[in-house]
Design a protein around this ligand. Structure first.
Ligand code: OFO
Length: 164
C-alpha cells in the first residue's frame, strides 16, 4: 500500500501525462492544418505514447490498491508561429515533466516507498529519451534555417517514425 500523499501525487501525474497526450494531439492537429503531414504523424504517435504513460500509472495505482481519481484537463494551445515553435514548446513541456518525475522520485525516497521508487525508474529513463529526441529535432531545425526544401525533407523523415 502506498501513502495517501503518494497516491494523490501519482493521480496528479496521470493528469500531467494525459495533458501531454492532449497537447501533442493539438500539435498534431496544427501540423495537419498547416500541411506538414510528417510532423503531424510524429506528434500523433507521441500523443498515444503519453496516453500509455498515463495508463502505466493508472494500472500501478490499481495494483497497489489505491484509488484512481481523474481530473479536468487543461485546454492545450492550438496555434504556433512555426513548426520550430511547436517543437520548442514540446521541449519546454518535457523539461517540466522531467522535473515532475524527479519530484515524485524524491517523494518516494523520502517516504521510503521502495516499490514506487522502482516503478518510477522507468519514467526517469523515459524522460532522458524524450528530451534527447526533441532536442535532436530542434537541432535539425536550426541546421535547416530558412531552407524550405530541407524543411520538407525533415517533415518526410519525421513522418517515418514507427510506433514504439
Ligand atoms: Fe510522458 O513523457 Fe512526455 O510528457
Amino acid at each position: 500500500m502506498i501513502s495517501a500523499k503518494m497516491a494523490k501525487a501519482l493521480n496528479e501525474q496521470i493528469n500531467a501525462e494525459l495533458y501531454s497526450s492532449y497537447l501533442y494531439l493539438a500539435m498534431s492537429a496544427y501540423f495537419e492544418a498547416t500541411n506538414f503531414k510528417g510532423f503531424a504523424a510524429w506528434m500523433k504517435i507521441q500523443s498515444s505514447e503519453e496516453y500509455e504513460h498515463a495508463m502505466k500509472i493508472y494500472n500501478y495505482l490499481i495494483q497497489v490498491g489505491a484509488r484512481v481519481k481523474l481530473a479536468v484537463l487543461e485546454k492545450p494551445n492550438e496555434e504556433w508561429k512555426s513548426p520550430l515553435a511547436v517543437f520548442e514548446d514540446a521541449h519546454k513541456h518535457e523539461l517540466y515533466i522531467t522535473d515532475r518525475i524527479n519530484k515524485l522520485a524524491n517523494q518516494a525516497v523520502a517516504e521510503q516507498d521502495h516499490a514506487t521508487n522502482i516503478f518510477l525508474h522507468w519514467f526517469v529513463n523515459e524522460q532522458i529519451e524524450e528530451v534527447a529526441s526533441i532536442t535532436l529535432i530542434i537541432e535539425k531545425f536550426n541546421m535547416i534555417g530558412d531552407n524550405k526544401s530541407a524543411l520538407f525533407i525533415l517533415d518526410r523523415e519525421l513522418g517515418m517514425r514507427a510506433k514504439a
